[in-house]
Design a protein around this ligand. Structure first.
Ligand code: GCB
Length: 864
């Protein structure tokens, strides 16, 4: 062993100047894909067959078989080598054939696997690779059920790896064949241990040299060693190297993501390099304390960050890696120090980036909502956790390994099973949890084990919450449950009852649509204002509690969940950024409290499009900054100095009609935003031409297609507008039960989704003139099986639910016997349009013939 200083670049040069050893070729281009083996199309990987049908009007998406094939030429020079096909992820079951022969099968959609295909290959010839992929529901493969779309396909890289007969093993659950442990790290010194698996495919015993090099960030060698080993014929040798000591290591942390590099070089007796591996090394140690929270390198650190799903608008899960990497940069720029890669392992490149950027990682396998009591399910789960830990072991950013999410969710909502069946399922879940916890601790002794549960006592009663080293609560107070303020009370109670348990808030957050904004944010209104309110309050409640290790918001980005009908159908909208990764305002709020790398201001007005302010009112605006104080002016008028608390200043902005400029300054920087406002004081239609009302709603809705904001509804006020009677449908309820979802032929769901029900008179006191009037309707309770086009069953339900009403405008009949359930086969967004001439005002009458009339919106346009 010696400590000669050889720069990394020089060593790499030396390595490459020798004969080429192992080689990995990415073979993503030019595959053939078919769903039935008759019509083939040429595609590239990453690929999924569910990009469109997971977002269309039809319920469900294709879960079934997909066939892939590709020819690869292998030259005769390669005939002495060992060849592996490596699939970095296929969702969810794959059977691989080479030249017509079955090579193997793999279950599980989020981890890598490989097959030694050497004996199946022909040299100096084309070889046919075929992969049959299946994403149908399979009770033996987790996840069985979850709130995200299980896109089918080969969606991560495929590699052909060709190696000399001696190499670092690829047979240990498709890992890299070596594992780095950090048995001891301190400021003064750190020790690492390497376990490497070396395969010898030769029928002779061989003598091999293993060189180990550690380089610092600048590429200087800080440690090297050389050892030789005899490796028996056709065998795998496990080599342990434990004498690696670094003095005064530069410690890795989110503030200082200092990385060393490890290089392992395998060579034969003549010094010919056979195989070489590299990895990041980051010296850090992480511990948890149930009272004091999370510690990194002996210092307390509140973990604050996000959960991430891997899919992206227009790509499904087949997202180019460079696009995915942008997520990690966005997360870092927000100031987050932790990511929970939910609910499955994501692409390995991203973990490497977390090493480089300094983000701590929670990674987990997708055992979500329920388990199957079968040997096969247990086996697949165990294999998956083996693959997961072994493939993701060497990233210094990974500090937490998990294996289950909300495992009792389905049980809690199950009203079909008997008590006995439920008890049995609890026992099965607990048994699997124990197995996986033990396995994780055994395989990853220097990591922290984690699991997440939902709001239910069952996690305490069964004792499952005491298995992992950190228990994560997924809590939706103020959304699915109770109120925003109840979070802290719940956590205090848990902490008091289970003082030895370390807790993390592993999920929280409301749905938010950037087209919805309001002065009066309410639970389940999908407004960005409610999103701000909830996140700001949660952050305070968590940072006020030292025992909480941290919080990870649900979710970094909006994501695909086919069965959902939120304000955007098939998308879970709890993201801090949109599905295409455009930040919502809340993203910038997090930046204001988390990122102190430089002065920062964000005026949260980007999404207030065509903002309409009525009468003498103002509109509330939030300004985010990491400064202590800011100065605000509007249109050149100084509104004063404001104290920034919890990253935010909320101000009722006295906007004037037309263009407004908000300017915010701190001592060092300033930021300006222009915003166009319709400040409507009376209905004179001089400064505006169109007036839209979102009936039955307390929120504004910006409709992009018409570039107009529909204002909230109100009770009638003389000289103004509003309903004489009736009440809001759906939104008055605590939950959004009853709100119509997935409305066809429109992108203006939030306009249609909220309705005024039982109103027979609505007035808008416009002045004399000619107007175009558009009325918006949807039948909220229609179901595809309850309409006249239903050929399979009775229509009696339809006649019960239907409502029939006549529509009059200023006593002129616009539509007789409007019967939405009868006239439209499904939930259609329907508009009626007319032009009228009025001397004074518009009065809309909905005269009920059967049931209560409904209406969703009114748009009035002044004609010249
Ligand atoms: C949860 C789940 C997550 C869901 C989320 C939600 O608790 O763990 O998978 O997407 O709630 O949005 O309902």
């Amino acid at each position: 062993m010696n400590n000669k200083i050889i720069p990394l670049s020089l060593l790499l040069c030396m390595a490459f100047s020798l004969k080429v050893f192992s080689q990995s070729k990415v073979i993503n281009s030019g595959w053939q894909y078919s769903q039935d083996k008759t019509i083939w199309q040429t595609i590239n990987i990453p690929h999924t067959w569910n990009i469109e049908d997971a977002f269309d009007d039809q319920p469900g998406y294709r879960r079934g078989l997909g066939y892939y094939k590709k020819q690869i030429f292998i030259p005769s020079e390669e005939s002495e080598k060992i060849h592996y096909l490596k699939f970095n992820a296929i969702n969810q079951e794959a059977t691989v054939f080479v030249n017509g022969k079955k090579v193997g099968n793999h279950k599980g959609g989020y981890t890598a696997f490989n097959f030694d295909v050497t004996k199946f290959l022909k040299y100096d010839d084309y070889n046919l690779i075929e992969v049959t992929v299946d994403n149908s529901h399979n009770i033996d493969i987790p996840p069985l059920d979850a709130d995200f779309t299980f896109y089918g396909g080969i969606y991560r890289d495929v590699e052909l790896i060709s190696l000399p007969k001696q190499h670092f093993s690829l047979k240990d659950f498709a890992s890299d064949g070596f594992y780095i442990d950090y048995p001891f790290v301190s400021k003064g010194a750190a020790k690492i241990e390497i376990k490497a698996l070396i395969d010898n495919f030769d029928s002779n015993e061989v003598e091999l040299n293993l060189n180990l090099d550690v380089f610092d960030k600048e590429g200087n060698s800080v440690f090297n060693s050389e050892s030789s080993y005899e490796v028996n014929s056709i065998s795998t040798k496990t080599v342990n190297i434990s004498e690696i000591k670094i003095v005064y290591p530069n410690l890795w942390s989110p503030d200082n993501p200092y990385l060393y590099k490890l290089q392992l070089t395998l060579s034969d007796e003549d010094g010919i390099i056979l195989d070489q591996k590299q990895s990041n090394l980051g010296f850090r140690w992480a511990t948890v304390d149930a009272e004091k929270g999370f510690f990194l390198n002996g210092k307390p650190i509140k973990l604050i960050g996000v959960n991430r799903h891997q899919d992206h608008k227009d790509y499904g899960n087949a997202v180019p890696i460079e696009l995915q990497k942008q997520d990690i940069h966005l997360i870092k720029n927000m100031g987050a120090n932790v990511i929970r890669f939910a609910h499955y392992p994501h692409a390995r490149e991203l973990y490497k980036l977390c090493d480089e950027l300094g983000i701590l990682v929670w990674t987990e396998i997708p055992i979500v909502n329920k388990v199957t009591d079968s040997e096969a399910f247990f086996e697949v789960s165990n294999t998956m956790q083996n693959e997961h830990i072994k493939q993701y072991y060497n990233y210094p950013s990974v500090v937490m390994f998990g294996y289950m999410n909300e495992i009792f969710l389905r049980l809690a909502f199950d009203n079909k099973s008997t008590e006995k069946e439920k008890e049995d399922l609890k026992i099965t879940s607990l048994k699997l949890a124990r197995e996986l916890e033990d396995l994780t601790r055994k395989l990853a002794p220097n990591h922290i084990t984690v699991m997440a549960g939902h709001l239910n006592e069952v996690y305490n009663e069964t004792g499952i919450a005491d298995l992992p080293m950190i228990f994560g609560w997924n809590l939706y107070f103020g959304w699915y449950d109770a109120q925003v303020e109840d979070l802290g009370k719940f956590l205090d109670d848990q902490h008091q009852r289970y003082p030895k348990r370390s807790l993390l808030l592993s999920e929280y957050g409301p749905g938010a649509d950037v087209r919805i904004f309001t002065k009066t944010p309410k639970k389940f209104d999908f407004s960005t204002n409610y999103q701000a309110k909830l996140h700001q309050s949660y952050y305070k409640q968590i940072t006020d509690r030292p025992f909480m290790t941290g919080m990870t918001a649900w979710n970094f980005a909006d994501f695909g969940s086919e069965f959902r009908g939120d304000a955007i159908p098939h998308v879970n909208q709890k993201g801090l950024v949109q599905y295409d990764r455009t930040p919502k305002d809340i993203y910038y709020w997090y930046k204001s409290v988390l990122d102190d790398s430089g002065p920062f201001i964000h005026i949260a007005t980007d999404y207030l499009k065509q903002l309409t302010v009525l009468e003498d009112e103002t509109f509330p605006i939030q300004i985010y900054s990491n400064s202590k104080d800011i100065n605000i002016s509007l249109n050149g008028n100084n509104l004063g100095d404001f104290k920034v608390e919890n990253g935010v200043v909320s101000i009722d902005m006295p906007f004037t009609n037309g263009d407004n400029t908000i300017k915010v300054s701190t001592e060092t920087i300033s930021e300006e935003k222009r915003i166009e406002v319709n400040h409507i004081k009376t209905f004179n239609f001089k400064t505006f031409k169109r007036f839209g009302i979102n009936l039955g709603a307390h929120f504004n809705f910006y409709e992009e297609a018409q570039n107009i904001t529909f204002v909230p509804d109100q009770a009638y006020k003389k000289g103004w507008f509003g309903y004489k009677n009736g009440s809001a449908f759906g939104m008055t309820k605590d939950k959004n039960q009853g709100l119509p979802h997935n409305i066809k032929n429109t992108n203006a769901e939030p306009l249609f989704q909220t309705l005024l029900e039982g109103c027979d008179e609505y007035k808008v006191d416009v002045p004399e003139g000619n107007y175009k009037v558009t009325l918006y309707f949807v039948e909220p309770q229609i179901k595809p099986t309850e309409n006249i086009y239903n050929l399979s069953g009775s229509t009696s339900e339809t006649s019960k639910k239907q409502r029939i009403f006549d529509v009059y405008i200023n006593d002129t009949l616009l539509e007789k016997q409007l019967n939405l359930a009868q006239a439209y086969p499904e939930k259609y967004g329907v508009t009626l349009q007319t032009t009228i001439q009025t001397k004074k005002g518009i009065t809309l009458k909905l005269n009920a013939i059967e049931g209560l009339p409904v209406i969703s919106g009114i748009l009035i346009e002044k004609l010249d």
